[in-house]
Design a protein around this ligand. Sequence first.
Ligand code: HEC
Length: 169
Amino acid sequence: MSSKEASDTHFFNSFSLVLGILIFIAIVLYFWARDLGYQQVEHAQSDAQQTAAVTENIQPFAQVAIAGQDNSALAALEAPKAAPAAMEIPKTGEAAYTAVCSACHAQGINGAPKIGDHAAWGPRLAQGKATLYEHAIAGKGAMPPRGGTTWPDATIHMTIDYMVTLNSK
Ligand code: HEC
């Protein structure tokens, strides 16, 4: 073998090796790219799910019905027909007092005139019932308007009447 032939052989061997490595890399890249493509399809699906989840999470708590517009979509969000028992307007002064007013007035919380404390009630009773009604409805100092309820005047009056009878015992 001449030295030229030897160098040709050497060149051919090296060239084949480099070519082989390049083909191998090309095959690897081909499969890698194909795999990436599949992954992207999967991502596209989970993106749609994620978007749905985020949209659900950022829904407003409340929706406003606007007069004169179609509010039928809000129908399902309407308040339940039957109000919870605690929100019902009590039928007797005693029930009203027990449900709400006693929270402060039974123990004299926050300077509330305690039921049965004649010294605390004396000057208040002396104002006359009309004034007691007025103060209880409008609120006075730490006494919240209507005791923090939305009960009508008649219920508040009835409750005060009941509290007054407790005090005169
Ligand atoms: C959060 C505690 C609290 C609740 C609940 C509450 N009260 Fe009072 N109430 C007070 C306090 C405190 C005062 C004393 C206010 C003052 O004289 O500054 C008061 C005073 C009053 C007075 C005397 C007002 C006056 O002219 O001196 C009446 C009557 C009264 N409450 C009725 C009621 C009735 C009826 C309810 C239930 C519907 C009720 N309260 C619920 C705290 C409360």
